[in-house]
Design a protein. Structure first.
Length: 560
């Protein structure tokens, strides 16, 4: 089947179902709640939804520990509600993308329960190793969430590998039977009508033979032996050839530490590319080293480098002649998801919440690629700051520095925890922020009385209405999809300025990442007076070639 790459014209929205909207009053977000909000999404300009896992799960990692891949959890509404949502989306011309989590399963999955009892054919579905004679673990790898990467199993009398939580044993993808299971899962959902997959830590699925000790990396020990492992391309090609290719679907791969150059091995457009887009992490590291838990101060230079390097290495969508010359792929654009704190609290300013929320929208919505918006981002939700570390739910958070004094831990969690993105969506200023009529499963951020979707819908100057405008504008301008990318003010730690250009159109985007006034002078080849100001987060903007920026000011200009 011809791969039509429909996703290039789309804006996606990510739903983390547990906290999106509770439709039946049990305090847990669900698909009935999603049904109520489909028109809200449509009006925002959304073309497709990526759902974080909806499958049955014991919840050790909020659904990323799956116990049945071919069902929908009863608390989310089961298959019936899922079919209704799928239909509701398709009726409105929107797509549905599932999360595919096959690096690991839940330890409560039937496969694992049989594997630990050596029941065929499941014996080798996971990565089992005996204890070493000296009593040491099979190797020195770290898990990302809970201590070392090995857990002893009393029943089987062996260790199993878990790159994430103890309750998330890694599948043995080298076993062809496991790959057949993955293909069955893909086929099952595609046959039901879903439009694609977001593939969870998919670059981790092939581990180096022999699982050698890692004596090089001080953090993430072992990662160089399983990230982009020896058979990764072979396996992804197999999934493509045997299943994906038969459907006009899209794939987006979560890829920790991936560089734009390496990404092309997966996404370079051809009839046989394995993956359509990658979720890179550089854009999440402008205020940290590798993970949110190793903070440093925000640097716009770092953020610019992250954006620009991907924009430049993937010059897809240029005119046909350039298209043939350049190495190319398509970008996924995002500033928030369920794994990171809220972006206004990180790269913007809570004091200038509305201004910086809009500026951040501009900073990435006019780049080349497919934007993703995370629930609550569209009306400017900010970080959650509970009074005690015991209020955190997330397994990754709870395992960060358990030995530190409470105060120091709390400060780090306030800044870095992904639970800030997981508090219930604030729909109204009513009880429980309108998320549920029951008792919410998790804490509601106390700022819901002022920050909520209802307020934003009615306020013409809200972040939400700005997103609507920006999305509509993006879709009306071919230059956003097709134009080249040029950065200006490359040395600036305050202004992010870029241009997009086709033969017909020229766009100039100016974003200030500070509350201080900065002198902006149009680049020599632009005359703002001759351009049309399409979008800005301030009133009374005059069209002059040089001006002092206001706090977190953003402007988008067009030449035609
Ligand atoms: C991915 C998910 C994250 C999850 C982890 C383990 O990074 O986005 O939420 O905890 O994989 O599945
Ligand atoms: Ca519910």
């Amino acid at each position: 089947m011809r791969h039509t790459r429909w996703f290039k014209d789309m804006v996606f929205y990510q739903i983390w179902p547990r906290s999106f909207r509770d439709g039946n009053g049990d305090g847990i977000g669900d698909l009935w709640g999603v049904l109520e909000k489909l028109d809200y999404l449509k009006e925002l300009g959304i073309d497709g939804v990526w759902f974080s896992p909806l499958y049955p799960s014991p919840g050790a990692d909020c659904g990323y520990d799956i116990s049945d891949y071919m069902d929908i959890a009863p608390e989310y509404g089961g298959m019936e509600a899922f079919r209704a949502v799928l239909e509701g989306l398709h009726q409105r011309g929107m797509k549905l993308v599932m999360d595919l989590v096959v690096n690991h399963t839940s330890d409560e999955h039937e496969w694992f329960q049989k594997s630990r009892r050596r029941i065929e054919p499941y014996t080798d579905y996971y990565i089992w190793r005996p204890a070493k004679p000296n009593g040491k673990l099979p190797n020195n790898w770290d898990s990302h969430f809970e201590g070392k990467a090995w857990q002893w199993d009393d029943l089987r009398q062996e260790y199993y590998l878990h790159l994430f939580a103890v309750k998330q044993p890694d599948l043995n993808m080298d076993n062809p039977l496991v790959r057949t299971e993955v293909k069955k899962i893909l086929k099952f959902w595609l046959d039901l009508g879903v439009d694609g997959f977001r593939e969870d830590v998919i670059t981790f699925i092939s581990k180096k033979e022999g699982l050698p000790d890692d004596h090089l990396f001080p953090i993430f020990k072992g990662i160089r032996f399983y990230n982009h492992g020896p058979h990764i391309h072979e396996y992804l090609q197999e999934f493509r050839r045997d299943v994906l290719e038969n459907y006009d679907c899209m794939t987006i791969a979560e890829a920790p530490l991936v560089t734009p150059q390496r990404a092309l091995d997966y996404i370079e457009e051809s009839d046989t590319n394995e993956i359509d887009m990658m979720i890179q992490f550089q854009c999440m590291c402008a205020d940290c080293f590798f993970t949110d838990y190793m903070p440093r101060s925000f640097s716009l230079k770092r953020l610019r480098r992250a954006f620009s390097s991907w924009q430049k290495s993937h010059p897809s969508g240029l005119g046909d002649w350039q298209y043939k010359l350049a190495g190319r792929g398509w970008n996924a654009l995002y500033l928030e998801n369920h794994d990171h704190p809220r972006v206004i609290s990180r790269y913007g300013s809570e004091q200038y919440r509305v201004e910086s929320g809009k500026m951040l929208a501009v900073s990435y919505l006019f780049l080349k690629g497919t934007p993703f918006i995370y629930q609550g981002q569209e009306f400017g939700m900010t970080n959650w700051r509970p009074e005690s570390t015991s209020m955190y739910e997330d397994v990754q958070t709870r395992n960060q520095h358990p030995d530190w004094p409470e105060e120091k831990r709390l400060a780090l969690y306030h800044r870095a925890s992904r639970d800030s993105a997981r508090t219930p969506v604030q729909w109204t200023d009513g009880e429980h922020a309108g998320f549920t009529t029951g008792t919410p499963w998790f804490y509601v951020n106390e700022n819901y009385t002022s920050i909520n979707a209802e307020q934003a819908l009615h306020d013409p100057d809200s972040i939400l209405n700005f997103y609507k405008k920006a999305i509509a504008l993006r879709k009306s301008l071919p230059v956003v999809r097709d134009g080249s990318y040029q950065e200006y003010y490359r040395g600036s730690d305050k202004l992010y300025v870029y241009a997009r250009e086709t033969k017909e159109q020229k766009l100039l985007v100016i974003c200030s990442f500070t509350d201080k006034p900065v002198r902006f002078q149009a680049p020599y080849n632009f005359s703002l007076g001759d351009m049309k100001l399409l979008l800005t987060n301030y009133d009374g903007t005059r069209e002059e070639n040089s001006f002092l920026t206001r706090p977190y000011e953003a402007r988008v200009y067009l030449y035609e």
